[in-house]
Design a protein around this ligand. Structure first.
Ligand SMILES: [Zn+2]
Length: 401
């Protein structure tokens, strides 16, 4: 998610950023060229500059596969064109490259990979005289997705760390509804929603951790009361890539049963800006205060739209998975509502009503360890499909498809 937003922001930055940051360090040098060579898929990247630059190269696997080269704050003057940021085509395993200023003291070159690859060689060539450029040379060879993922979990080192970014697995934040003084709904036999939600959240966490693909956090792991805004804030502070709230439903009609999946309604979307301001839910893209406010508004809208699309996509994955698992579902399984815990502007989110505590069959299913596992497997499967699809989509974007 964050990768996608960064991509959008960077793409927008190319188009709209005109003001330069007043607080930035003066450039330490000029990058004058980014060139590609190599044979077949063995790819050489040559970064030319007018001064020797300390650099730090590492693999990043958040969403798309990338090689990141962090540099001190430089002036980007690629092929004579000076700009705050820009992009170009790659070659071999590199589908394309993008560059921009990263922080007040660092600049960043991102190589979007068309296929997983790793750094097999890196060295510098000093210019022999003032007219000859200094060169940073990085050689990449294709590797399997697994080898890339393994290499991307640690950073590659380099002569001098300039800026550190830790690559990570997607973080799933599970929010067991209610808790503490708020029991939620209750079955006629006394089964409380807050207890079911927590028990199944823990089962889901264990299933996700077992897969090795994800980091997982719970908004609560005990029977405590948490305010709705604190659930969202916690997920945001952790950097959640997906937020799932677990609840159980109730109805005046005992015959009504089945799970349903909620994402934010259009009415809820209208609340996002106000609630975000109230709780300082600042987007990554808003941090650059040098941008004109109208540009930040465009970025905010883009991020919210993308988040909404991703939430809808996950809801679809989830309803599909529930359907094929045989877990009973309510008709029109995907529904929309203005739910507070779904208001985060940049965290894809859905709320799962797992069944009705007013229905005896649903209560029996939710209490049965074996049948709960079926539900948990369906949700975990939907999460897999969601992130598999996202990886393919981002790779497609990077490859220009
Ligand atoms: Zn509830």
């Amino acid at each position: 998610m964050r990768g996608l937003i960064a991509k959008i922001a960077m793409a927008m930055g190319v188009l709209v950023v005109t003001a330069s940051s007043a607080v930035a360090d003066p450039p330490t040098g000029r990058v004058t060229s980014v060139r590609f060579g190599g044979e077949g898929n063995a790819t050489r990247i040559v970064i030319e500059s007018d001064t020797a630059l300390q650099y730090h190269v590492f693999l990043l696997a958040t969403g798309a596969n990338r090689v990141v080269v962090d540099l001190p704050r430089v002036r980007w003057s690629i092929n004579g064109l000076t700009a705050e940021s820009g992009a170009g085509d790659g070659n071999g395993v590199v589908a394309g490259y993008r560059y921009a200023h990263n922080t007040a003291t660092t600049s960043r070159l991102v190589l979007d990979l068309g296929q997983p690859a790793t750094v097999v060689r890196e060295f510098v060539l000093a210019g022999k005289d003032k007219d000859e450029p200094h060169r940073i040379v990085i050689d990449l060879d294709p590797v399997t997705p697994q080898a890339f993922a393994d290499a991307a979990t640690g950073d590659m080192g380099g002569p001098q760390p300039v800026a550190l970014q830790v690559s990570r697995k997607p973080l799933i934040v599970i929010d067991p509804g209610h808790g503490g003084k708020d029991p939620g709904t209750m079955s006629p036999s006394g089964v409380k929603e807050k207890d079911l939600a927590l028990g199944i959240a823990i089962q889901l966490r264990d299933a996700l951790l077992k897969s090795g693909r994800y980091d997982v956090a719970l908004t609560r792991s005990t029977d405590i009361f948490i305010e709705l805004e604190d659930r969202v804030t916690k997920a945001r502070n952790l950097g959640a890539d997906l937020f799932i709230a677990l609840h159980a439903d109730s109805s005046g009609k005992p015959g009504t049963r089945g799970a349903s999946v909620y994402t934010l309604s259009p009415g809820g979307e209208k609340r996002i800006d106000g609630v975000s301001r109230q709780h300082d839910w600042i987007l990554d893209v808003e941090v650059d205060s040098s941008r004109p406010e109208e540009v930040n508004q465009i970025l905010r809208d883009l991020v919210q739209r993308e988040t909404k699309n991703q939430s809808a996509r996950f809801a679809l994955n989830l309803t599909d998975a529930l359907g094929s698992s045989g877990w009973p579902t309510l008709e029109n399984t995907h529904r929309r509502k203005s739910l507070y815990v779904l208001l985060s502007p940049d965290t894809p989110a859905a709320l799962l009503e797992m069944g009705f505590l007013t229905n005896d069959d649903d209560v029996a299913a939710l209490k049965s360890e074996a049948r709960r596992q079926k539900l948990v497997n369906a949700v975990a499967g939907a999460i897999d499909v969601y992130f598999d699809t996202q990886t393919m989509m981002v790779a497609g974007m990077a490859a220009g498809r």
